[in-house]
Design a protein around this ligand. Structure first.
Ligand code: ADP
Ligand code: ADP
Length: 228
């Protein structure tokens, strides 16, 4: 699903964000990506979502070598990736329904199909009764669920989350992670970037750790002996 081969990224200003990073995430796998602020997590996610390009090395998504693709293919590859951000990036003057429906409207689905699919996904994230609400009236955890519903509405095979629990307390954070687990159990590959080591330590998932742009560990959290 995701393959990095010897990837380095240096920004135009000379900031070296990633150094010789290699890893593979299989279809249907779930993993965490961690490291201190500035370690390169966001950069790694931006290379996957084609918002940045590697300076050196190869990034493959769903078998597509991102160095080889044409500009016009970018939207098709991005369509396979559901992105979730810490700041939900919701349209605050539109209803929950409209926010979640947006990707389907862009794709030109019929009203009937949109109602059906938005209803089903809001049900899955536990927001059936908030369909007509404005996001501004919802709690932080509920807003994050709207963001997740919008990210999965197109049924992408890959979900990328950048600090999805950043503003939430531990209990709500765990609920959000459980939601990712539900989608993962339905076959979706999930990569979650977080610096919340407490959250990761309570899970038994593969965890990739970046330090100053280098991948320093890649393994199950239960095998951790020292804090990375
Ligand atoms: P995070 O902890 O979520 O990565 P940051 O504060 O590191 O947040 O970065 C926020 C945004 O600013 C990101 O989009 C990142 O790529 C960008 N950014 C970070 N450092 C720099 C920099 N030195 N110059 C320009 N943009 C930067
Ligand atoms: P993280 O997400 O782990 O906080 P980032 O990928 O945001 O790390 O940043 C890694 C390094 O790259 C940092 O030194 C940051 O300042 C730098 N950086 C990130 N984005 C940019 C950018 N757009 N331009 C210049 N430097 C950047």
């Amino acid at each position: 699903m995701i393959r990095f081969e010897g990837v380095s990224k240096t920004y135009p200003g000379g900031q070296q964000a990633l150094r010789q990073v290699s890893f593979h995430i299989a279809p249907g796998e779930m993993a965490f990506l961690t490291g201190h602020s500035g370690a390169g997590k966001s950069t790694l996610l931006k290379l996957i979502s084609i918002m940045e390009r590697p300076t050196v090395g190869k990034v493959l998504i769903n078998g597509h070598d991102l160095n080889q693709i044409q500009r016009r293919q970018v939207p098709y590859i991005r369509r396979d990736i559901g992105m979730i951000f810490q700041s939900h990036q919701l349209l605050m003057d539109r209803s929950v329904f409209d926010n979640v429906a947006l990707p389907l409207i862009i794709e030109g689905y019929s009203h009937r199909e949109i109602s059906k699919r938005v209803g089903a996904v809001l049900d899955r994230v536990g927001l059936s009764d908030k369909s007509r609400s404005l996001p501004i009236t919802l709690s932080g955890g509920e807003q994050q669920r709207v963001g997740i519903a919008r990210a999965v509405i197109n049924k992408p095979p890959l979900l990328l989350a950048d600090e999805p629990t950043g503003n939430l307390d531990p209990k709500l954070s765990m609920e959000i992670i459980r939601l990712f687990e539900d989608f993962n159990q339905a076959g979706v590959a999930v990569l979650i970037a977080t610096h919340d080591l407490g959250l990761i330590a309570r899970m038994k998932y593969r965890t990739l750790t970046l330090k100053k742009g280098q991948m320093i560990t890649d393994g199950l959290t239960e095998d951790w002996h020292d804090e990375p």
